[in-house]
Ligand binder design. Sequence first.
Ligand code: NDP
Ligand code: 2IT
Length: 461
Amino acid sequence: MLVTVSKSVVAKSDIDSLVNAFMESVISQSTGQTEFHQAVHEVAKSVMPIIQANPIYREAKVLERLVIPDSVIMFRVVWVDDSNEVRINNGYRVRMSGLIGPYKGGLRFHPLVNLGVLKFLAFEQVLKNSLTTLPMGGAKGGADFNTKGRSDGEIMRFCQAFMNELFHYIGPDIDVPAGDIGVGEREIGYLYGQYRKLSGCFHGSITGKSTNWGGSQLRPEATGYGSVYFANDMLATRGESLEGKIATVSGSGNVAQYTVEKLNALGAKAITLSDSNGTIVDNDGINYEKLAWVKQLKNIHRGRISEYANQFKGSTYLPGKRPWDVPCDLAFPSATQNEVEEEDAKQLVKNGCYCVSEGANMPSTPEAVDVFLNARILYGPGKAANAGGVAVSGLEMNQNAGCMRRSRDDVDNQLRCIMHSIHENCVKFGRNGDSFVDYVRGANIAGFVKVADAMIQQGIV
Ligand code: NDP
Ligand code: 2IT
């Protein structure tokens, strides 16, 4: 480490003014990109004292440089739907920082995708990837394409059209995309097939591939499992474990499914799942058998979570609701950004929730984060708690480069070790004088320092 992070040399009010001035400049360069501003603001608040205490960072303008992408690729995606209508979508790849490794981060297909959303995700990815201890830069991409209601043929044609352009910009040492919302095993298959056709190579240029053709064991499970391991590590700081705890989980996609699976394995009881239409509550617990049914429903039949309540007696469906009113010990927001608002956070805390582990990226609004920190609960922000997914992607890159494969147990052990080291780093940089751990500050500083040091060491480029 090139700098000291022990104590702040500048008064809090001065730090606030510096953060405000910095944010004014960021906002003026990226008008309307509200999610990006939100992500940058949170990090700036954490790292400004370190920057002020270390002239080397200030003079090199590390933060100013980190918030402007290395490059942004924007492109047209044209494809033909099942009724022979020509469809047009916007495709993107935001390469935020390549300082510590090839660009790495997922692709999101969702109608709300825009440049600001992808910049926020790419910015978070830079610090998240830094936390994993693996050599990966940060990127994110995707399209404003809605996968819902589309046939397999339409999904395939869209993925092929998307890759027709993206393929110019990716490669195992350049940029390695993976999945995110709306991009799962099916989409990765079609994307990789087209990449292989165009490049004529079997490179590890995408992660999340099927284990039959170069994918890592446990990559589908990794984000959800990792988020539960992170919660377990947070609980251990209070001498507790997951055993017997009641958990609420939002979403019902990749991350939510494997969060529930690992909660079951470690003796906790998950009682909710959701989608953008509503929430199901099952006080008996979403056991393995019920989870297997959910996986079929979501991954094969592409159904809605409301169907759970028809299938399993004793469960209820709450249309239009999120899970945060349901009393629990632990909460795992695993759907999307800003899905936990201030009132939700207050309700969670009021009902006794004392541990939140974020499977999703930036699921809590800044006001909700303040509620958690002021209540001094265990709060694991997404860039730390959900880093297991990209960490196993990093292991997949490493296996592809070495033409080798790792066993499930090996990958699981590495995932546990990586989540544990992220937790340790958050504690190291986030522990307050009174021993409360502010995991937000810890994750931001630990992720930032490594990237900032790399920036200085690599010169003004
Ligand atoms: P999936 O597409 O598999 O599932 C997404 C789930 O979230 C669905 O249940 C979906 O419901 C719900 N959802 C999506 N958008 C919204 C919205 N605007 N409002 C309410 N619910 C919504 O995605 P993942 O499980 O992969 O991703 C979930 C979160 O985890 C995202 O924040 C992603 O960035 C993050 N993440 C994912 C990783 C991965 O490896 N996949 C790694 C790290 C983080 P509906 O069907 O109604 O849209
Ligand atoms: O947000 C994320 O970390 C991901 N969507 C996974 C990225 C990856 O490259 O595996």
